[in-house]
Design a protein around this ligand. Structure first.
Ligand SMILES: O=P(O)(O)OC[C@H]1O[C@@H](O)[C@H](O)[C@@H](O)[C@@H]1O
Length: 311
């Protein structure tokens, strides 16, 4: 299958952060979406091979921003408008003395955003590309002198994995969650009894779960690649994990065989809304670090025992 990405690397709507040594990050101004993050030539982010990165189409993959609404709403499409709008480049890309590359993008309210959500706002989204980390900081500003608004936000991140049935989450034990695939109206909230969420059921059924009050440090482990993805975050209490299973109907912008190669995680304030009073701002940060384990895991014992000493 041929990839069809009409926005080219020399297009001004594409920003490339280059740290050298084949460590790069590509961001498109439409939606401030990270469409590629390479560490020493290895891609870390899933983007569907049939995504059309033009000005009009939706794309499947990357890290996009959810704002001001999570999931479907009556005023616009799923997950809000921030991922569909053209952002401006506020500063960068600029390399600091450590070789890390910095970039900040900016979005503000306009007639279009006010037609569906009638508030003034500003968003400043900063990224720092380090040797094996991607740091992001999102500042949401309410510039109004008198009006409070409520919003939801998140990072809609398609984590690229080699085999979705060999992916584990660490840090979920004891957390309250909702299973969106199977909501029991009498008992909507469940409690996770083990630390690890796995997809070892050959991924026939979809997983779509929202976790609350998640710890500020969590690990995603991709066993097939001997890789730990360590997430450190602030002010992003909720986590939605979505893995479309083999039984899902056709998704327009995805070849179904690609479902084996990603896990979607949405970290943010996605369930309860956040209230932002007049003349105030809200700051969230997230660092994604990829830790590659060079020695293969031991043959005996549980795979996660091996990582315990390292994490
Ligand atoms: O197709 P979108 O808008 O990117 O959203 C995809 C998925 O996003 C996830 O966050 C949701 O949990 C899923 O229910 C949803 O289908």
């Amino acid at each position: 299958m041929q990839t069809h990405h009409p926005i080219r690397n020399d297009d001004p709507r594409v920003i490339r952060m280059d740290r050298g040594n084949y460590t790069t990050c590509t961001i498109i101004l439409k939606g401030a979406a990270v469409t590629s993050w390479m560490i020493e030539g290895a891609e870390q982010i899933f983007l569907s091979r049939i995504s059309k990165l033009d000005d009009y189409s939706k794309y499947r993959g990357g890290i996009s921003l959810i704002f001001p609404h999570y999931e479907s709403w009556i005023y616009g499409r799923n997950h809000g408008f921030a991922r569909d709008l053209m952002w401006s480049l506020q500063s960068g890309p600029i390399t600091d003395k450590n070789g890390d590359v910095h970039l900040t993008l900016f979005l503000t309210s306009n007639c279009f955003t006010k037609s569906s959500w009638n508030y003034d706002f500003e968003m400043h989204y900063s990224l720092i590309l380090k040797s094996s980390e991607l740091e992001t900081k999102l500042i949401i500003v309410n510039p109004s002198p008198s009006i409070t608004f409520e919003f939801q936000f998140g990072q809609h991140w398609y984590v690229k994995v080699k085999d979705v049935t060999k992916v584990f989450f660490q840090g979920l034990k004891g957390l309250t969650y909702i299973d969106k695939m199977n909501v029991n109206p009498n008992i909507p909230f469940l409690v996770r009894t083990n630390d690890v969420l796995t997809f070892t059921d050959d991924n026939k059924e979809s997983i779509d779960q929202v976790y609350f009050d998640t710890p500020d440090e969590l690990n995603i482990i991709s066993e097939e690649e001997n890789k730990i993805i360590k997430i450190t975050k602030a002010n992003m209490p909720d986590l939605n994990i979505w893995v479309p299973g083999k039984k899902i109907p056709k998704i327009n912008d995805l070849d179904l065989d690609e479902c084996a190669y990603f896990v979607v995680t949405d970290f943010g304030q996605i369930y309860h809304t956040k209230v932002l009073p007049p003349m105030s701002r809200f700051v969230t940060t997230q660092t994604i670090e990829v830790i590659k384990i060079r020695t293969p895991p031991p043959k005996h014992g549980h795979f996660l025992d091996y990582f315990e000493d390292i994490c």
